[in-house]
Design a protein around this ligand. Structure first.
Ligand SMILES: [Fe+2]
Ligand SMILES: [Fe+2]
Length: 191
Protein backbone atom coordinates (compact mmCIF):
# COMPACT_ATOMS: atom_id res chain seq x y z
CA UNK A 1 0.00 0.00 0.00
CA UNK A 2 0.98 3.59 -0.45
CA UNK A 3 1.34 5.33 2.89
CA UNK A 4 -0.39 8.65 2.87
CA UNK A 5 -1.29 11.14 5.52
CA UNK A 6 -4.92 10.82 4.45
CA UNK A 7 -4.95 7.06 4.84
CA UNK A 8 -3.40 7.37 8.29
CA UNK A 9 -6.00 9.95 9.29
CA UNK A 10 -8.69 7.51 8.21
CA UNK A 11 -7.21 4.70 10.30
CA UNK A 12 -6.82 7.05 13.25
CA UNK A 13 -10.38 8.33 13.15
CA UNK A 14 -11.78 4.81 12.75
CA UNK A 15 -10.37 4.02 16.19
CA UNK A 16 -10.44 7.39 17.95
CA UNK A 17 -13.33 9.61 18.97
CA UNK A 18 -11.71 11.70 21.70
CA UNK A 19 -11.05 15.26 20.59
CA UNK A 20 -8.07 15.49 22.93
CA UNK A 21 -6.46 12.45 21.34
CA UNK A 22 -7.13 13.71 17.82
CA UNK A 23 -5.59 17.07 18.74
CA UNK A 24 -2.58 15.30 20.21
CA UNK A 25 -2.16 13.33 16.97
CA UNK A 26 -2.40 16.53 14.88
CA UNK A 27 0.13 18.32 17.06
CA UNK A 28 2.69 15.51 16.89
CA UNK A 29 2.07 15.26 13.15
CA UNK A 30 2.80 18.95 12.65
CA UNK A 31 6.05 18.74 14.61
CA UNK A 32 7.29 15.51 13.03
CA UNK A 33 6.23 16.70 9.57
CA UNK A 34 8.22 19.91 9.99
CA UNK A 35 11.30 17.93 10.97
CA UNK A 36 10.84 15.65 7.94
CA UNK A 37 10.69 18.64 5.63
CA UNK A 38 13.75 20.21 7.22
CA UNK A 39 15.75 16.98 6.88
CA UNK A 40 14.51 16.18 3.37
CA UNK A 41 12.94 12.94 4.62
CA UNK A 42 9.72 11.23 3.48
CA UNK A 43 7.24 13.73 4.90
CA UNK A 44 4.16 11.68 4.03
CA UNK A 45 5.50 8.60 5.84
CA UNK A 46 6.64 10.63 8.84
CA UNK A 47 3.30 12.43 9.10
CA UNK A 48 1.41 9.14 8.87
CA UNK A 49 3.59 7.61 11.59
CA UNK A 50 3.00 10.56 13.90
CA UNK A 51 -0.75 10.48 13.30
CA UNK A 52 -0.85 6.77 14.11
CA UNK A 53 1.50 6.59 17.09
CA UNK A 54 -1.40 6.63 19.59
CA UNK A 55 -4.13 5.42 17.21
CA UNK A 56 -5.03 2.48 19.51
CA UNK A 57 -4.95 4.41 22.77
CA UNK A 58 -8.71 4.69 23.02
CA UNK A 59 -9.21 0.94 22.50
CA UNK A 60 -6.06 -0.01 24.49
CA UNK A 61 -5.74 2.67 27.17
CA UNK A 62 -3.26 0.77 29.35
CA UNK A 63 0.45 0.18 28.86
CA UNK A 64 0.09 -3.59 28.91
CA UNK A 65 -1.78 -3.15 25.60
CA UNK A 66 -0.78 0.22 24.06
CA UNK A 67 0.84 0.34 21.58
CA UNK A 68 1.85 -3.30 21.24
CA UNK A 69 -1.67 -4.58 20.48
CA UNK A 70 -2.16 -1.81 17.96
CA UNK A 71 0.76 -2.99 15.86
CA UNK A 72 -0.99 -6.11 14.44
CA UNK A 73 -3.94 -3.93 13.40
CA UNK A 74 -1.61 -1.66 11.44
CA UNK A 75 0.13 -4.68 9.94
CA UNK A 76 -3.25 -6.12 8.83
CA UNK A 77 -4.04 -2.83 7.14
CA UNK A 78 -0.83 -3.04 5.15
CA UNK A 79 1.25 -0.33 6.82
CA UNK A 80 5.00 -0.84 6.34
CA UNK A 81 7.24 -2.16 9.12
CA UNK A 82 9.20 1.08 9.13
CA UNK A 83 6.08 2.90 10.34
CA UNK A 84 4.99 0.14 12.74
CA UNK A 85 8.43 -0.15 14.33
CA UNK A 86 8.53 3.59 14.85
CA UNK A 87 5.08 3.54 16.45
CA UNK A 88 6.20 0.76 18.82
CA UNK A 89 9.44 2.55 19.68
CA UNK A 90 7.70 5.64 21.09
CA UNK A 91 6.69 3.58 24.13
CA UNK A 92 9.29 3.80 26.88
CA UNK A 93 7.99 0.64 28.57
CA UNK A 94 8.91 -1.47 25.53
CA UNK A 95 12.56 -0.33 25.68
CA UNK A 96 13.03 -0.65 21.93
CA UNK A 97 16.02 0.98 20.25
CA UNK A 98 15.41 4.34 18.62
CA UNK A 99 17.80 3.71 15.78
CA UNK A 100 16.30 5.73 12.92
CA UNK A 101 15.78 9.48 12.52
CA UNK A 102 12.02 8.86 12.38
CA UNK A 103 12.00 7.04 15.74
CA UNK A 104 14.16 9.71 17.37
CA UNK A 105 12.00 12.50 16.01
CA UNK A 106 8.70 10.90 17.00
CA UNK A 107 9.87 10.36 20.57
CA UNK A 108 11.29 13.88 20.80
CA UNK A 109 8.05 15.46 19.57
CA UNK A 110 5.49 13.33 21.43
CA UNK A 111 5.57 14.70 24.98
CA UNK A 112 6.88 18.12 24.02
CA UNK A 113 3.99 18.80 21.62
CA UNK A 114 1.58 18.04 24.44
CA UNK A 115 3.46 20.29 26.80
CA UNK A 116 3.58 23.24 24.39
CA UNK A 117 -0.11 22.76 23.77
CA UNK A 118 -0.73 22.91 27.52
CA UNK A 119 1.34 26.11 27.76
CA UNK A 120 -0.74 27.65 24.99
CA UNK A 121 -4.03 26.82 26.67
CA UNK A 122 -3.28 29.16 29.59
CA UNK A 123 -2.15 32.13 27.47
CA UNK A 124 -4.47 34.76 25.97
CA UNK A 125 -2.79 34.46 22.55
CA UNK A 126 -2.18 30.73 22.70
CA UNK A 127 1.30 29.88 21.38
CA UNK A 128 1.73 32.90 19.12
CA UNK A 129 4.21 34.67 21.37
CA UNK A 130 5.28 31.66 23.40
CA UNK A 131 9.05 31.57 23.87
CA UNK A 132 11.30 28.64 24.83
CA UNK A 133 12.21 30.48 28.02
CA UNK A 134 8.68 30.31 29.43
CA UNK A 135 8.22 26.72 28.27
CA UNK A 136 11.38 25.75 30.16
CA UNK A 137 10.18 27.61 33.24
CA UNK A 138 6.91 25.67 33.15
CA UNK A 139 8.82 22.40 32.69
CA UNK A 140 10.36 23.07 36.09
CA UNK A 141 6.92 23.43 37.75
CA UNK A 142 5.87 19.85 38.48
CA UNK A 143 2.21 20.77 39.08
CA UNK A 144 1.81 22.32 35.61
CA UNK A 145 0.63 19.75 33.01
CA UNK A 146 1.62 17.08 35.51
CA UNK A 147 0.78 14.30 33.04
CA UNK A 148 3.72 15.25 30.82
CA UNK A 149 6.80 13.26 31.68
CA UNK A 150 9.67 15.79 31.94
CA UNK A 151 12.32 13.09 31.67
CA UNK A 152 10.93 12.08 28.28
CA UNK A 153 11.06 15.70 27.10
CA UNK A 154 14.74 16.06 28.02
CA UNK A 155 15.65 12.58 26.84
CA UNK A 156 13.86 13.14 23.54
CA UNK A 157 15.81 16.29 22.69
CA UNK A 158 19.03 14.60 23.70
CA UNK A 159 18.31 11.53 21.57
CA UNK A 160 17.56 13.72 18.60
CA UNK A 161 20.76 15.62 19.21
CA UNK A 162 19.13 19.04 19.32
CA UNK A 163 19.50 21.83 21.80
CA UNK A 164 16.40 22.00 24.00
CA UNK A 165 15.74 25.69 23.26
CA UNK A 166 16.02 25.12 19.52
CA UNK A 167 13.77 22.09 19.75
CA UNK A 168 11.10 23.96 21.72
CA UNK A 169 11.25 26.85 19.26
CA UNK A 170 11.02 24.51 16.26
CA UNK A 171 8.05 22.57 17.62
CA UNK A 172 6.25 25.73 18.71
CA UNK A 173 6.65 27.17 15.21
CA UNK A 174 5.38 23.94 13.68
CA UNK A 175 2.24 24.09 15.84
CA UNK A 176 1.40 27.75 15.17
CA UNK A 177 -0.27 27.25 11.77
CA UNK A 178 -2.67 24.67 13.23
CA UNK A 179 -3.41 26.51 16.48
CA UNK A 180 -7.15 26.82 15.71
CA UNK A 181 -7.41 23.07 15.06
CA UNK A 182 -5.69 22.48 18.38
CA UNK A 183 -8.28 24.61 20.16
CA UNK A 184 -5.74 27.32 20.92
CA UNK A 185 -6.50 31.03 20.87
CA UNK A 186 -4.66 33.20 18.38
CA UNK A 187 -3.62 36.82 18.41
CA UNK A 188 -6.84 37.69 16.58
CA UNK A 189 -8.83 36.31 19.53
CA UNK A 190 -6.66 38.16 22.04
CA UNK A 191 -7.09 41.53 20.30
FE1 LIG B 1 1.60 6.48 23.28
FE1 LIG C 1 1.56 10.44 22.13
Amino acid sequence: MEVTRERAWQTLTEHTRSEALLRHALAVEAAVGAYARQAGEDEELWRATALLHDFDYEIHPTLDRHPQEGAPILRDQGYPEELIEAVLSHAEHLSLPRDTPLKKTLFACDELSGFIHACGLVRPDGIETLEPKSVKKKLKQPSFAAGVNREDVYKGAEGLGVDLDEHIRFVTEALRPIAPELGLRTQADAA
